[in-house]
Design a protein around this ligand. Structure first.
Ligand code: PLP
Length: 373
């Protein structure tokens, strides 16, 4: 079978969605499924929709186009502030986008008017992550500007946490976002349809017993795909952590005297103390490397330990007689390993159905509506 490849169990993704959608619905929150980590893969997007997400969100127009080519007609929101140079395409393929720059909003408005469309604008507010966002004190003026601009309509506001800072939002920050929603409405007379609280890092807050306030949506990728909390890396209750597996093939086996003598151990891995000094272990070379994934985000199933890697080779330590040339080694991936493997041209994708329930079947039948590209 083609190697390297990602095996994806769509039934598990669907179940992860069902679980998180049900738990958040009880708290008054809807879920927008974020497909950027899988490059807008249409079947994965469909599994999210089958699991009950309210809509899809993407960060790259190329991924949105892939979804549209596959026949997806539902709403797609652009979550990265659109490039000014892509305003036309964003208006063409997305119902709405998150924005932080007036010049870009104006470019979207011009493009929308030219097409006879109205494009939805959500304003992203900076609340501590120090990545994207309008400063809270400038939000009212920009919101009013959007209200006065033909071709665009103010749909909501949102914030993003933990992406750059690595810090999950606290209840006070979330309460402040609710206050901003009320103030913005007061200032410009609009009703904000969406107040989007953030990404997977918000789940501990959302599952807690804090007041939800005005927040009515979360944008979730990692939690749905990998079943983990991105800040702590801890598995989320009742979610599958193994919807994705990376499979690569062994191309060489050798017994080497002492691994500490290799001297080629990847510094990142060395820092993680992944290498072992046990003498006379067997070393296997697997045909995958930095060009294919984030090697430091792989953990091998079956007790093999990654020792070091180059662009095309991954050296793993293993016990004698456990692996032969031609064998496949299976790895669990972190988010960054998944993102890079999904985008790597030499990594294939194969759908598997471990879940015997009708959900795997249902999503594959439904996926037939979408041409897999
Ligand atoms: C990537 C991203 C998300 C989704 O993040 P996850 O951690 O995968 O849930 C949500 N919002 C924005 C703006 C993003 O860039």
């Amino acid at each position: 079978m083609t190697c390297p490849r990602i095996e994806v169990d769509l039934g598990k993704i669907r179940e992860n969605c069902t679980t998180v959608v049900r738990r958040l619905k009880a708290r008054g929150l809807s879920v927008t499924g974020v497909t950027k980590a899988v490059c807008g893969h249409p079947a994965v997007a469909q599994a999210m929709l089958d699991g009950g997400v309210a809509g899809l969100a993407e960060s790259r127009i190329s991924n949105v186009r892939r979804l549209r080519r596959a026949g997806h007609r539902g709403p797609i929101t652009m979550i990265r502030t659109p490039m000014q140079s892509q305003a036309n395409q964003v208006v063409q393929h997305c119902e709405a986008s998150y924005n932080t720059e007036i010049v870009v909003i104006e470019a979207l408005a011009t493009a929308a008017c030219a097409k006879g469309k109205v494009h939805g604008i959500l304003l992203m507010v900076e609340m501590g992550d120090q990545r994207e966002g309008i400063l809270p004190e400038n939000l009212g003026a920009i919101a009013r500007h959007v209200m006065e601009t033909p071709g665009v309509v103010l749909k909501g506001i949102g914030a993003n946490f933990a992406c750059l800072s690595g810090r999950a939002p606290n209840a006070a920050q979330m309460a402040a976002l609710s206050v901003l929603a009320n103030e913005t409405e007061g200032l410009c007379g609009a009703v904000l349809q969406t107040v989007s609280g953030g990404n997977s890092a918000n789940l501990p807050w959302a599952f807690g017993d804090h007041a939800i306030g005005r927040i009515n949506d979360l944008r979730l990728g990692e939690a749905i795909l990998l079943g983990v909390d991105p800040v702590s890396g801890d598995p989320l209750d009742g979610m599958h952590q193994d919807a994705f597996t990376l499979v690569a093939e062994v191309i060489e086996i050798a017994t080497i005297p002492a691994l500490s003598q290799i001297g080629l151990v990847d510094p990142a891995l060395a820092k993680l103390r992944l290498f072992s000094n046990t003498p006379d272990r067997v070393r296997a070379i697997v045909a995958i490397g930095h060009q294919d994934t984030d090697i430091s985000g792989l953990s091998a199933r079956g007790g093999h330990s990654p020792l070091g890697a180059t662009s095309d080779h991954l050296v793993i330590g293993t016990e004698p007689s456990t692996l032969s040339v031609g064998d496949e080694v299976r790895f669990q991936m972190t988010y960054s390993a998944l993102v890079r493997a999904m985008a790597a041209p030499d990594v294939a994708l194969r759908q598997v159905h471990e879940l015997p329930s009708d959900c795997a079947q249902q999503s594959s039948t439904r996926a037939e509506h979408l041409a897999l590209v």
